[in-house]
Design a protein around this ligand. Structure first.
Ligand code: SAM
Length: 226
């Protein structure tokens, strides 16, 4: 979606995507990345909003590096979690920093490996995408995948959470992303393993109200090739 769409969602606090708890799939499947054996791995969280998943990852001991377009979202993340922070300008983005968490506020497409500090670039070894890939309409999705692949080093492992449903039944976001789309468009950059695919229609009143006939949520383990 274009930036204006998201800014207006945050301005009016129409943020139905935000969860007031840590994502249950993150808690269940993060151990499958086997990161506990690797010391000092930083996790990149694209399109992070103000998700509490950042806190979960930091509590596991990771440094977390987020990227979020909207300034209010980033300010709310820090104030709602009682975190003091500093901010400065880096390469056209604002960087909000507290212990273990840095969030680059601005367009993901303005973030480059050169914008990241040397230490961040060297320590990113993992990533987490929930409601980021599925936030893009199909015509912008491949550009996002390429950008994500450019920002994370080879061998980085990640967890990706997607939704799929008949797209004609509902206007996104979230957009439907099928297993076929992932295999066709992401396998160039990532080794892809599906960890789960569950029917989640009964837990999503918005989809039931719009008479969407089916809805699945999938979790993937990705490894950046190279
Ligand atoms: C559907 S929300 C998901 C937020 C978060 N991942 C979560 O699980 O709550 C998508 C977020 O991406 C942000 N966003 C959209 N386009 C972006 C861009 N080009 N660069 C950085 N963030 C962007 C939006 O402001 C929004 O907060």
């Amino acid at each position: 979606m274009e930036p204006g769409f998201w800014h207006s969602k945050w301005d009016t606090q129409q943020i139905g995507f935000h969860q007031n708890e840590v994502n249950s799939l993150l808690m269940k499947y993060w151990p499958r990345l086997n990161l506990s054996k690797l010391a000092n791995v930083s996790v990149f969280v694209p399109l992070c909003g103000k998700t509490l998943d950042i806190c979960f990852l930091a509590e596991l001991g990771h440094n977390v590096i987020g990227c979020e377009l909207n300034e209010t979202a980033v300010e709310q993340f820090f104030t709602e979690n009682d975190l003091s922070y500093s901010r400065n300008r880096v390469g056209g983005l604002q960087k909000f920093v507290t212990e273990q968490v840095s969030i680059y506020q601005g367009d993901l497409f303005s973030l480059s490996p050169e914008t990241l500090s040397g230490q961040e670039e060297q320590t990113i070894g993992a990533f987490y995408d929930r409601a980021a890939l599925i936030a893009w309409p199909e015509e912008m999705r491949q550009d996002y995948v390429q950008k994500l692949a450019a920002l994370i080093p080879p061998k980085s492992v990640g967890l990706l959470v997607t939704l799929d449903y008949p797209q004609e039944a509902l206007k996104g976001p979230p957009f439907a992303v099928s297993n076929d789309w992932i295999m066709t468009n992401m396998a160039e950059f990532f080794e892809v393993e599906i960890l789960s695919c569950e029917d989640v229609l009964s837990e999503n009143p918005r989809f039931i109200k719009k008479e969407v006939p089916w809805l699945t949520e999938s979790v993937y383990r990705l490894v950046r090739k190279g």
